[in-house]
Write a protein that binds this ligand. Structure first.
Ligand SMILES: Nc1ncnc2c1ncn2[C@@H]1O[C@H](COP(=O)(O)OP(=O)(O)OP(=O)(O)O)[C@@H](O)[C@H]1O
Ligand SMILES: [Mg+2]
Length: 301
């Protein structure tokens, strides 16, 4: 597809007889932040390694930045900032030495940019890598991925091991990269984590793509939880058939339900009774997903 930074067609990977990824058709568009979600073993890392030609597909094809993932792999790797899922760094180097090593491979990176990234991610470049905790290694991996200001960032579980403050700093970097017209592809286990930064999300389960959705569309399916406490017991029948009302439960004088779309019909039905309290809340996207794709897809998220 025109404007696709990643374009996969029937992309499939078997490790011997073990399924890694099945018939993936996927387009990641230029300038978007794309979340790639799925539980352990879903095939996220497999997909990412295929993009960067660290493994070869069993069948199907994929292009990255318009280049064939295999034949163009050298050019692709120069133009992509990559954070691997199993970050292996060179233990005997300091962070600064590692950064210089990768800068040289990329043909030079601004020192100021490295320093600014390290500062924002609270990453101490002077320490020897072997002495770093998991989270501190992850920060170094992120500095390395972002430092060349690449056209495309491919990040395999970037928030792994990061404390909440550093996670916030990371989301800031992603938002800025997007503002600068970069494309970001990032994997994660959980929807709530990525809903704040992603434009679209794909859900992968057992090697198969289950859904691709715009975050805005998910939110747009305005679904709210409603709880009303009445002055006296109310009959279920008064609410069961009301437009937009789902999952109705009446417990004596308390009504609980989910409302899709306008609140008007249910509020008008409720007004036939004395209302004591009314509370309404927006469910998380995880719940929205569950409602539309069922239990299994929800678990995959
Ligand atoms: N080198 C390998 N040899 C054999 N099987 C593999 C290999 N790498 C991955 N797999 C299998 O492929 C499937 C997909 O694994 P993958 O690592 O892509 O999942 P993932 O979505 O990244 O999971 P996680 O969230 O745990 O990182 C799993 O069933 C896994 O066991
Ligand atoms: Mg993985």
């Amino acid at each position: 597809m025109d404007g696709s930074v990643v374009h996969a067609v029937g992309l499939t990977k078997f490790y011997g007889r073990q399924r890694g990824l099945l018939d993936l058709d996927l387009d990641v568009l230029s300038g978007e932040v794309f979340g790639y979600l799925g539980p352990n073993g879903a095939g996220k890392t497999t997909t990412i390694r295929l993009l960067l030609d660290y493994i070869r597909p069993t069948r199907g094809s994929v292009t990255v930045l318009g280049l064939d993932a295999h034949h163009g792999s050298r050019a692709i790797r120069r133009r992509v900032g990559y954070l691997p899922g199993d970050l292996r760094l060179y233990d005997s180097l300091s962070g600064r030495e590692l950064v210089s090593y990768f800068s040289a491979l990329r043909g030079g990176v601004s020192r100021e940019r490295v320093a600014a990234l390290a500062e924002r991610l609270d990453c101490d470049l002077s320490r020897e890598i072997r002495t770093l905790s998991t989270g501190n290694r992850q920060k170094l991996g992120l500095v390395q991925a972002f430092m060349s200001d690449p056209e495309l960032l491919v990040l395999d579980e970037p928030t792994n091991g990061l404390d909440p403050l550093v996670q916030q700093a990371f989301y800031g970097l992603v938002t800025e990269a997007r503002g600068a017209g970069r494309t970001v592809f990032l994997s994660s286990h959980v929807l709530p984590e990525v809903e704040r930064v992603c434009d679209r999300v794909a859900i992968l389960r057992e090697g198969r793509l289950v859904a691709v959705e715009r975050i805005a569309d998910l939110r747009g399916r305005a679904m709210r939880r409603l709880e009303i406490e009445f002055g006296r017991d109310v009959p279920l029948a008064a609410f069961a058939g009301v437009a937009g009302v789902r999952d109705v439960a009446v417990d004596a004088n308390v009504l609980r339900c989910t409302v899709i779309g306008s609140m008007d019909p249910v509020v008008k039905a409720a007004s036939a009774f004395e209302i004591r309290t009314l509370t309404s809340s927006e469910p998380g996207l995880e719940e929205v997903f569950l409602a539309f794709y069922g239990e299994e897809a929800g678990r995959a998220a």
